[in-house]
Design a protein around this ligand. Structure first.
Ligand SMILES: Cc1cc2nc3c(=O)[nH]c(=O)nc-3n(C[C@H](O)[C@H](O)[C@H](O)COP(=O)(O)O)c2cc1C
Length: 202
């Protein structure tokens, strides 16, 4: 079973990185093979809305995203971690999500069976933190991530979010946070194993 961990913050060693790393360790504990994707190491051009992918399902922009598409498709579980930037995900994560319009075209315009009901069923999980404590701080990001997971045929199975987390390492002041992330990672893989998802796909 392959787990793709997408690190959406440009701050290395920051709060979402710490949480995602714990979650990935949890998946490894259950025997998963982990692929770590640090988005800020890549050059990702925003979607140009040229609609080139409408006809082919492929993006015409030949940048680092071309290396990321196959990694997304190879995954059984996707865990996306992004802090809240202006009530949404970071520009790094949003660039990746918008460039996944190529998958939207495959799925909904070109009816590619590999992203339809007969295709590989993935699981998706979201990790986030925000500095503020507002009740609605994660709402925008959660919606965006739900629709991102949909184009990947990934069921949105949940999220782990923490408010009031600002400075680098602040997450360590939440004593239970790391354990929760580790357990969430373990659960993602064990649930998928129980549902027989991996075996059905051979
Ligand atoms: C450009 C920018 C925009 C931000 N916007 C918000 C925001 O709208 N709401 C919020 O609660 N925190 C906001 N923050 C704070 C970050 O979410 C917070 O510092 C978080 O802990 C960073 O996580 P990281 O260490 O994983 O990068 C913003 C930070 C930056 C740099």
């Amino acid at each position: 079973m392959k787990v793709l961990g997408i690190f959406g913050s440009p701050r290395r060693g920051g709060n979402t990185e710490i949480l995602l790393e714990e979650a990935l360790k949890g998946t490894e504990k259950e025997g998963a093979k982990v692929d770590r994707l640090y988005l800020s190491d890549f050059t990702l051009t925003p979607c140009k809305e040229c609609h080139g992918c409408d006809r082919t399902g492929n993006c015409v922009i030949l940048d680092d995203m071309q290396k990321i598409y196959p990694r997304l498709l190879e995954s059984d579980v996707v865990i996306l971690a992004s802090p809240i930037f202006f009530y949404g995900v970071t520009a790094w994560a949003k660039a990746l999500i918008d460039r996944s319009q190529a998958f939207w075209a495959r799925k909904y315009l070109l009816k590619d069976p590999s992203l339809g009901k007969e295709g590989k069923k993935r699981k998706g999980f979201f990790i986030s933190v925000g500095a503020t404590k507002g009740a609605r701080v994660f709402e925008g990001a959660v919606l965006t991530v739900k629709y991102f997971f949909d184009v990947l045929n990934a069921e949105y199975v949940g999220e782990l979010v923490f408010r009031g987390v600002e400075a680098k390492g602040d997450i360590l002041k939440h004593p239970e946070a790391l354990q929760q992330a580790f357990e969430a990672g373990k659960r993602l893989v064990s649930d998928l194993k129980k549902s027989g998802g991996e075996e059905q796909r051979g």
